[in-house]
Ligand binder design. Sequence first.
Ligand code: TEU
Ligand code: CA
Length: 544
Amino acid sequence: RPGLSTEWWRGAVIYQVYPRSFADGNGDGIGDLPGLLAKLDYIAGLGVDAIWISPFQRSPQEDYGYDVSDYRDVDPLFGTLEDFDRVLARAHQLGLKVLMDQVWSHSSNQHPWFLESRASRHNPRADWYVWADPAADGTAPTNWLSVFGGPAWSWEPRRRQYYLHHFLSSQPAFNLHNPAVVEALLEAGRFWLDRGVDGFRLDAVDWMCHDPELRNNPSVHQAGQPIPAKPFGMQLHQHDLLHPHTLEVIRSIRGLQDEYPGVTTLAEISSQDGAFDRLRRYTGEGMLDMAYTLRFMKGNLSHETVASTLHWMTEHQEGWPCWSFSNHDVERVASRWSPAGEEPGQPRPEFLRLLMALLLSLRGSICIYQGEELGLPEAELRQEDLRDPFGIAFWPDYKGRDGSRTPMPWRQHGPHLGFSEAQPWLPLPETHRALAVEAQAREPGSTLNAWKDFLRFRQNHPALVHGMLEHVGTPTPLVCFRRLLDGEALLCVFNLSAVPQELGRPAGETLEPLWSHAARLEDGFGRIQLGPCGAMICRLSQPS
Ligand code: TEU
Ligand code: CA
């Protein structure tokens, strides 16, 4: 609730910055902290509450920062610790909280801890990563698969053992069953909390603890079916997901958080089955503040997904989820989703407005990804432009994550749309030119201005930020729910299709439209008329 300043994160809107692609300050074609510093006013001007910055710690950049080789330093590519302090101070001046990404499930294979650990079976850090002897025939200890394809084990000749990695082989998994490792990571956390950061987004929490018994994962692959391009989903991770020790590690992270009142934590949950279950177990009393799932980040928009999620929210008001439609790992929502019954294609402004209002009306905190406020479509890249090892490995069946990681278009003209003076690390697609920040800022009806307006509107209606959510079942393609706080009741209605729809007014209640888009109230007839992708938020009151 407002007033509880340590709980600022409840209902907060968090803007994700992918620093490599946000703004380049030194003209080397790669975004950096000085670039971000210069654009903080833009972010604050949107009306969001916080930023989450993807990793900028020292890293060989094999997975673009999600492979950390020094947890207490800034990678020279992004600047210096002083640059970070300047970002933090300016953000705070502007009233923005700052969340950092912390990658604690694994490190880079260049981290000194790993270099030491791999050197022999007997050294002070021998047990800091997950090592296992080969099977009798010399092959990997278990059948576990890595998220990025292939076995989750790689051979280390120095130890004549395999080490575990859930992602790239250059991202060895920590042995978090070892309390010394947990303590070392918490110490790294303290380093940043002492500098004044407001919280952490915790990467890959599902993969923190492995099964120490090294049991094989059961296969869920149907015999006779072709092997999928990304074979990771063929196994059920039943021995490591929700491992009791992962919950222990989470309690330790909570302990760290409690040393710094006002600091928050946000866990990332994988798309493996049971995500809602994990969301509930990771958050709440004695656990992390928030967690988000990939619920809305895979596949097209479906009435079923939205309705069943709203139903879930109605049943689980005790936890505090976080929702998002886009991030640096998935195809941009503007290209991935389409109005009900249509194929995804050129994003239409009315559809983008519907998505914005739907996302910002859900109960929980909200993460938006840089460029989402511009309605950017996914970039179409040529094979030779790819930088993401995940995409390079699976092309063309899966094109990887670069399409959502291209640099921000700041200006319509000038070199590289204002992102950099130099050739950027990924090309800026021509489709983003007309959507540049500068162009949209000038235009009152732009997607960017719609976001600013809605964020302001949301802030003026605490029921949208903090209220309970009650799903109101409606036939497809309509979605409807109420947000309730103290005396205020809001009815939120969305037409997920491009075909006009209507909805009867709830019996015995009067409606006062507060915000609408392609929708109007025909009060004489007691109906809400919704045009293509129409949406409306009304105050509900019982006539006295
Ligand atoms: O992502 C974790 C990740 O890849 C999973 O969410 C994955 O999609 C899921 O487990 C499939 O079921 C984080 C980062 O966001 C990503 O950029 C990194 O590459 C990854 O961790 C490794 O650090
Ligand atoms: Ca740079």
